[in-house]
Design a protein around this ligand. Structure first.
Ligand SMILES: Nc1ncnc2c1ncn2[C@@H]1O[C@H](COP(=O)(O)OP(=O)(O)OP(=O)(O)O)[C@@H](O)[C@H]1O
Ligand SMILES: [Mg+2]
Length: 218
């Protein structure tokens, strides 16, 4: 990927689910051979082609996606003192949660990135003292919830814009030393992967939509 680009787009195409395949459905999205092109079939004779930084076919493993999606460069930027953000965008059921969080036995990019961050900061421990902090918030029906606080005691939070960027006053910030710590907090935050059966997606769209933001401070 080109080092100087501020925004990079990685497209990941998920495999067909068992139910989809057994109904005879086929994927309408394919990755181009050069790894930088996505083809979206619009009709029998019509396809749109989009360019992106990287496109990953359905057989891509969590490890390959993490290694090649550009996140490692993003981590280097963060360690170099820049703000960095990775976010997943896509229609419901397209694989955002799988890619970001993933199931415990096949983790997604968020904890892999933290793992890498612990390794990289340990490597420079002789020159820099790095403190890694974590906060987890959820935006649900436009209300902001602190996922590290017991919901019974949680007060409503608000987003504020300050000189040094956007922040959420009152949001719990915890220091983490290793991946074990992170998993403890992710569990408190109930930030664990819960596979959702495809048929519930329609209800998801109609009744609620939630967004979870995991922030790492360095
Ligand atoms: N790369 C993948 N390999 C295997 N299964 C996948 C992959 N990506 C997604 N899935 C499966 O596809 C389904 C939908 O994925 P996921 O729940 O991550 O979608 P989502 O984009 O987070 O949807 P929503 O917006 O509704 O939260 C899940 O059952 C998930 O396990
Ligand atoms: Mg999801």
């Amino acid at each position: 990927m080109d080092e100087e680009e501020n925004i990079r787009v990685a497209v990941r195409i998920r495999p067909l689910q068992q139910g989809e395949a057994s109904r005879g459905e086929t994927s309408c999205v394919t990755a181009g051979a050069d790894g930088r092109e996505v083809q979206v079939r619009m009709g029998p004779l019509d396809a749109h082609i989009y360019r992106c930084n990287r496109c990953f076919p359905p057989e891509t493993t969590q490890q390959i996606f993490f290694d090649d999606c550009g996140l490692k460069d993003l981590l280097d930027s963060a360690i170099g003192g820049y703000r960095a953000c990775a976010f997943a965008f896509g229609q419901t059921g397209s694989g955002k949660t799988w890619t970001m969080s993933g199931p415990p036995e096949d983790r997604g990019v968020n904890t892999r990135a933290l793992d890498e961050l612990f390794i990289k900061t340990a490597q420079r421990a002789a020159e820099f003292v790095d403190t890694i902090t974590l906060s987890i918030l959820e935006v649900y029906n436009e209300d902001i919830h602190d996922l590290l606080v017991d919901s019974k005691h949680a007060e409503k939070l608000e987003i504020r814009q300050a000189e040094n960027g956007i922040h959420v006053p009152g949001l719990t910030l915890v220091a983490v030393q290793n991946l074990g710590n992170v998993f403890e907090y992710l569990q408190i935050g109930n930030y664990t992967y819960q596979p959702e059966p495809i048929h519930t997606y329609v209800y998801t769209i109609v009744f609620f939509k939630s967004f979870t933001v995991l922030t790492v401070g360095l």
